[in-house]
Write a protein that binds this ligand. Structure first.
Ligand code: UD1
Length: 441
């Protein structure tokens, strides 16, 4: 297991390019189970993307990596095994055989998003057997809303030996009222609805930009979807999808993480390749804390806030403050001029990073779903343990800020969602290095 060694206190300057979004890429990759073929680019080089490609390969989806220049020959690399050097972020994927319908535990357990196989497999192959998901240890994360929707659309569903077993004679469109705007649930139902017979309307749908990106990728392949970007999606089922191409959107959470890094340590740090209108809740919170932004086209420049002011945030579905950003804003709150609060409304048990930040000198109390941050702390380097993807990003930011050396264990969590984060930070002036397990012994 790799770890990061960080020596804190260095300013960050220069420009960092935001990668493609993991959370948009995964549903788009799984949508290839709806049939047809897809050329997709801007895929980030991440463990979760490779896991998705391996899972798709087991389900009869073939993939070849496409060259960066159209003059080169397409690669013959097996999906999921391409190394960093050969990663172009572009693939052509197509359905090669339809016989398989099982997403096994050993792959699903490492990536909760594998549940996104269920909707497209059911809609297209009429049978799906998907292990109940694992993934980050943040709350219980049930999938009842997905299953209720598929049952209403005509699927027979049972759970046995930890697997969801579902089959249908053909999904039929209907009205789905979601009790909560679940992101993965909306994506799963949307994909199923694309090939269901007749009209499906999803009320209280998630409006996250990644859901919108999936919808546009499906529309490019002939899906008939209205209400994209709103809380009511209306889908008229089609018989099959056509070949299409899509470029995955930029990663909002990676962009947000670098903006917070800029608020902590930036000297005219520019974050490039984003659309600031999709980051309004985060930028509002940072402004309240004293940040000033210079926005030019797809770039935002930010510098260190000299005396951060305390503030409060409440995580909510988009366009609210993202649950995926609360761990990263905590170090800034820890050094703010007074008490701040984070209310976590999306997941229970998502404050595992707080204990580790307190070991670095933060003063944060958890009461149920609230974190009370005392402020005016001086962070000191320590040896800490990453517990989930975004928690690790929060610890990296705390380490960049802290006096002395911070060692972060279990950085495999961060590798699931941040492309070469240590390289990107190093290029901005941070002192951060990855120590491989073998080298560490
Ligand atoms: C959530 C976040 C998303 C983030 C991702 C990874 C929201 C609304 N969603 O998406 O922004 O990128 O985690 O951290 O911010 N739930 C049920 N039953 C279901 C489905 C969900 O009870 O069938 C509950 C979950 O337990 C959770 C909430 O609904 O409390 C949100 O879940 P959902 O949006 O589905 O989670 P993700 O899609 O993982």
């Amino acid at each position: 297991m790799d770890r990061f060694h960080i020596v804190g206190g260095r300013s960050l300057r220069g420009t960092v390019q935001v990668s493609g979004s993991k959370n948009a890429a995964l549903p788009i990759l799984f949508s290839t189970l709806l049939g047809g073929s897809l050329e997709v680019d801007n895929l980030p080089s991440l463990r979760d993307i490779r896991t998705a490609l391996s899972l798709l390969s087991q389900l009869g989806i073939r993939a070849v990596s496409l060259p960066e220049s159209p003059d080169e020959e397409p690669g013959s690399s097996m999906p999921g095994t391409s190394g960093e050097a050969s990663w172009t972020g572009a693939f052509r994927l197509w359905e090669d055989e339809l016989a398989s319908f099982e997403a096994p535990y050993d792959l699903v357990r490492t990536m909760r998003a594998s549940i996104l196989c269920l909707g497209p497999l059911l809609a297209h192959r009429k049978r799906a057997r998907v292990s109940l998901p694992g993934g980050c240890l943040i709350g219980s994360r049930p999938v009842d809303m997905h299953l209720n929707a598929f049952a209403k659309m005509g699927a027979r569903i049972s759970i046995d030996h930890g697997y969801i077993d579902a089959n249908t004679d053909g999904l039929v469109g209907c009205d789905i009222h979601l009790a909560y705007p679940t992101v993965t649930g909306t994506e799963n139902i949307l994909m199923a609805a694309v090939l269901a017979k007749g009209q499906t309307r999803i009320f209280n749908a998630a409006q996250e930009p990644e859901v919108t990106d999936l919808a546009w990728s499906l529309i490019r392949r002939g899906a008939r979807i209205e209400g994209v970007g709103t809380s009511t999606l209306s889908v008229e089922g089609v018989k099959s999808l056509s070949p299409g191409a899509h470029s995955v959107m930029w990663d909002r959470i990676e962009a947000g993480t670098f903006l917070v890094a800029g608020a902590l340590l930036g000297e005219s740090l520019t974050v490039k390749g984003l659309d600031p209108s999709l980051l309004i809740s985060l930028m509002t919170a940072l402004s309240e804390m004293g940040a000033a932004f210079e926005t030019k086209g797809d770039s935002v420049m930010i510098s260190r806030i000299a005396n951060p002011k305390a503030t409060s945030v409440r995580t909510e579905p988009y366009p609210g403050f993202p649950t995926d950003m609360q761990a990263q804003i905590l170090p800034l709150m820890a050094i703010a001029d007074g008490p701040s609060t984070v209310v976590e409304t999306v997941f229970e048990n998502r404050f595992t990073h707080v204990m580790e930040m307190n070991r670095m000198g933060a003063n944060i109390d958890i009461h149920g779903s609230r974190a009370f941050v005392r402020g005016r702390s001086v962070l000191e380097g320590a040896s800490v343990m990453a517990s989930d993807l975004r928690a690790s990003a929060g610890l990296v930011l705390a380490g960049l800020l802290a006096n002395g050396e911070t060692v972060i264990q279990r950085v495999y969590h961060i590798d699931r969602g941040y492309e070469r984060i240590e390289k990107k930070l190093e290029a901005l002036g941070a002192r951060i290095k990855r120590v491989r397990e073998e080298a560490a012994q």
